[in-house]
Design a protein around this ligand. Structure first.
Ligand code: PHE
Ligand code: ZN
Length: 863
């Protein structure tokens, strides 16, 4: 069978087919003779028949062949290989199986299993990477304790790490050394990890509330050691936070983190040995932005929190992925909210949800938070599983209240500790602990699509009664139509349009039916409704609020998220009108922005968020058919109007923090954020001195936030300063891969007519490489979300993306598949663009030998 046919008839895995494992593996002992060119892995499994059956033992494998197989010490008889599985017939109920394989870390470009990154040997096993290391039932409901022994050349690999606690180490006669680690907690194979390398460590300790002293270590190349302090601080804060907020303590004597440069995702929660993409560990003010610092703390917290939500309680099967990911994202979001401004954090999280998850839910790759089927599980590490999944947990917390939610979490951790659980188990614990009926709420797990809520207010001045009319619709998505109404917890408050005063307290309206009317009494003046405050439900609201109402809320709402939201809606309405009609009245937006800038009670980080225009993509999402040029033109016109009308205010904001040395505090971060937003507006206004202002900031900056902010502001224009800044930035950071990523990304995101051509040229730059996922994402991923550039008439952007994906796929199918979704949005564009996009998807699907990862994404995108 040729590769094309293999790809065309992929195996689909269904949730409904899940069955308990036929064999359990209580204990694993692994012995690695590590070498980058050829590593030998010897594995001893104690296996136990699970229930009464006569099925053989089936061990998953991928890419290797068994050099030997023994059962209870003797060569095994009658074993076969079926679809890369090692099938061993067994007669008794308990046996010891030993296998031996060889793998080649140096040639592992897909970064799954055992691979080499910059001279460090490391592993990545989630979701199905362990089978690339050895034969094993590679599914999350087979929990084993692991004993790991490894030996390696002492000079090249002086540090040898694995899960759990170190047990012993020593020297061999041949110049190699060895170490042994033991993890007493039963775990699924996807949490296995080992690392060997020439690493330096930043050490600290954390004493848990019950008095256990935990040795913490962050392991990096020696040169990067000064950049590990922030991550280490975040780790300690996370450990204390999980004790305080969830009552969860760390459970081993050692917690290690290793940073590597080549990594498919952000980081991985392997038990006691987290492995990180170095971009989520390394930071100093000269090379990392405030955004990077925040992301580092969030990802360190996320992986740490997985120790309970993921590791102690894991997932029964991969359809339950959101059980650990949605909950853990919710936990890391709550942690970050507690570190600084909760309102700004919520604004950022909602912006992220709207940028990534809403389009996914509205497109061909839409899937429920608990999917029903997949071809390649790696394709389901999505914004829906992670971010919408987190919103589901948040809604339960909102409906249950803090105390009952905590009781539900306690029950969940206690009842399911040491087991592989399901989303249903989690919901049932919440239900039992609170007494709240969550039967209808479960639809959030099974129905895809973003619910749309229409809202209008009817006021009867005579009776003092106001009616809030609400209606919901859950849209059809691929394979799902005619959906039932969901449970939507909407935080609501009314404000008097004349006085600006709140009319009564905030209410939690839980909408369950397709349509409901909610009565409010004692409404003495015409009310303006503040709805879905804090973004309490992840829905799209369509309301009849006028520009005046929105401007009013942007000024008076006491919920900071709702205040931001009113401003965004006002901007969005203006921009949609301008896109469709070619022009719009900018006055309401200009006034609201001026008021926000002038309000001394608001913190600067909030102001910076509130005065930012919606992205081109988000404006496009509101339109029946996206015209990227029209969107860009409308947005530029509003930007210019704001820039010119408020020129003095932007200049004042630009001066913020001038000559104040860098500190990483919420106030200093807010000042930097606002000054960078202001600098961007000034560029848009076209003032003669705008490039010089940005250049001055670029030159004087003592931190990356200001330096990159200035570079980004310049990058979209045409000035000598732009060229000089790009050249200076490159020269200064040529040997820092994480900062060079910013250099590529900034140019890929720039709004210039020639961006498509510049990006194509950058792909031929000597520093560009498809082999490094960060670099590939910095250029390809950024370009594909640059709406105007990617969708340039004629389809050059689509062709370029497809070419890159096809070149990347043989190296790293996970990363190529994850970069495909922008091509699948063809239904949102005019027929000419849609045809060009489809043609590229068809070309991808028709390419012989593509991975099932890319095949699944491309073929589903065509449906
Ligand atoms: N489980 C990781 C996380 O969310 C993500 C991940 C998935 C990393 C697959 C690598 C591979 O923390
Ligand atoms: Zn996670």
């Amino acid at each position: 069978m040729d590769a094309r046919l293999t790809a065309a008839a992929p195996v689909v895995t269904y949730r409904r087919d899940h069955q308990a494992p036929a064999w359990l593996v209580p204990e694993v002992a692994l012995d690695f003779a590590l070498d980058p060119t050829l590593t030998r892995v010897r594995t001893r499994l104690s296996v136990e028949r699970n229930g009464t059956h006569d099925l053989p033992l089936r061990l998953d494998g991928a890419g290797q062949v068994p050099l030997s197989v023994t059962v209870d010490g003797a060569p095994a008889e009658g074993w076969t290989i079926e679809d890369e599985q090692l099938v061993v017939p067994l007669t008794g109920d308990r046996h010891v199986i030993e296998t031996e394989v060889e793998v080649a870390p140096d040639r592992n470009t897909q970064l799954m299993g055992l691979y080499a990154s910059g001279g460090i040997l490391c592993t990545q096993c989630e979701a199905e990477g362990f089978r690339r290391i050895t034969y094993f039932p590679d599914r999350p409901d087979v929990l084993a304790t692991y004993r790991v022994r490894m030996s390696a050349d002492r000079r090249r690999f002086p540090v040898l790490l694995a899960n759990g606690d170190p047990v012993a180490q020593g020297e061999n006669a041949d110049g190699t050394h060895w170490a042994e680690w033991h993890d007493p907690y039963p775990k699924p194979s996807y949490l296995f990890a080992l690392v060997a390398g020439d690493l330096a460590v930043n050490r600290d300790t954390f004493t848990t509330r019950s008095g256990r002293e935990v040795a913490l270590g962050i392991w990096v190349r020696a040169a990067d050691l000064p950049k590990t302090a922030h991550a280490l601080d975040a780790l300690k804060l996370s450990m204390a936070w999980d004790e305080r907020v969830y009552g969860r303590e760390y459970d081993l004597d050692v917690f290690n983190i290793v940073a590597v440069d080549d990594f498919n995702f952000g980081a991985m929660e392997n038990k006691g040995l987290n492995i990180f993409n170095s971009r989520y560990i390394l930071a100093d003010p000269d090379t990392a932005t405030d955004y990077d610092y925040d992301a580092i703390a969030a990802v360190v917290a996320h992986e740490y929190f997985h120790n309970w939500s993921g590791n102690r309680v894991t997932c029964r099967d991969w359809f339950q992925l959101s059980l650990k990911e949605g909950f853990t994202v919710y936990r890391d979001q709550s942690f970050s909210a507690d570190q600084g401004s909760a309102a700004v954090k919520r604004i950022e999280d909602v912006r992220g949800l709207r940028a990534a998850q809403f389009p996914e839910d509205a497109g061909p790759l839409a899937h429920p938070v608990r999917p029903e089927s997949y071809i390649e599980i790696s394709n389901f590490y999505t914004a829906t599983i992670y971010n919408k999944g987190a919103e589901l947990i948040r809604m339960m917390a909102t409906m249950l209240g803090d105390a009952a939610f905590r009781a539900g979490a306690d029950l969940y951790f206690d009842r399911h500790d040491g087991t592989a659980a399901t989303c249903e188990d989690f919901v049932r614990c919440m239900e039992e602990a609170s007494g709240v009926d969550l039967a209808q709420f479960r639809l959030w797990y099974s129905q895809a699509g973003t619910p749309r809520v229409s809202a209008s207010v009817e006021h009867e001045p005579g009776s003092g009664r106001a009616l809030l009319h609400l209606a919901q619709k859950v849209p059809d998505t691929p394979g799902q139509s005619g959906k039932a109404p969901q449970v939507l917890p909407l935080r609501v408050r009314l404000f008097g349009s004349a006085t600006g005063a709140p009319l009564g307290v905030e209410r939690l309206v839980v909408l369950r039916d397709a349509a409901e009317s909610i009565a409010f009494e004692d409404v003495t003046e015409r009310p303006v409704v503040s709805l879905n405050r804090g973004f309490s439900a992840p829905v799209i609201i369509e309301s009849d609020r006028t520009a005046a109402d929105l401007a009013f809320l942007a000024r008076h709402d006491d919920d900071p998220f709702a205040r931001y939201e009113a401003m965004q809606q006002l901007m969005l309405d203006t921009l949609v009108a301008a896109t469709v009609e070619g022009e719009a009245d900018h006055r309401a937006v200009v006034e609201a922005v001026a008021d926000t800038l002038d309000d001394p009670a608001l913190d600067r980080a909030f102001v910076a968020e509130a005065v930012l225009l919606p992205s081109e993509n988000f404006i496009g999402d509101q339109l029946a058919t996206v015209d990227p040029e029209a969107v860009f033109t409308a947005r530029e016109a509003l930007r210019r109007a704001l820039a010119r009308a408020l020129d003095q205010r932007w200049r004042a904001a630009c001066d913020l923090g001038e000559r104040v040395p860098y500190t990483y505090t919420p106030a200093a971060k807010g000042a930097r954020r606002l000054r960078n937003v202001a600098l961007h507006y000034l560029q848009a206004g076209g003032a003669a001195d705008a490039p010089a202002l940005a250049w001055a900031q670029f030159e004087a900056a003592d931190n990356m936030t200001d330096r990159q902010g200035a570079l980004t502001a310049l990058a979209s224009g045409h000035s000598d300063e732009r060229d000089a800044a790009l050249a200076a930035f490159y020269a200064r950071y040529a040997d820092n891969p994480l900062v060079l990523d910013k250099w590529f990304q900034t140019q890929a995101l720039a709004s210039r007519d020639d961006t498509p051509a510049l990006v194509a040229e950058l792909a031929r730059h000597p520093d560009f490489s498809l082999a490094n996922p960060n670099r590939a994402r910095a250029l390809i991923g950024a370009f594909a979300v640059n709406q105007r550039a990617f969708h340039v008439a004629g389809g050059a952007g689509y062709r370029w993306l497809a070419d890159q994906l096809l070149a990347l796929d043989p190296l790293n199918p996970q990363t190529s598949a994850r970069l495909l979704p922008p091509l699948g949005r063809w239904r949102r564009f005019d027929p000419a663009r849609a045809a060009l996009m489809r043609a590229e998807l068809e070309r991808i699907v028709a390419t012989p030998g593509i991975s099932k990862d890319l095949f699944e994404q491309a073929s589903k995108s065509l449906e």
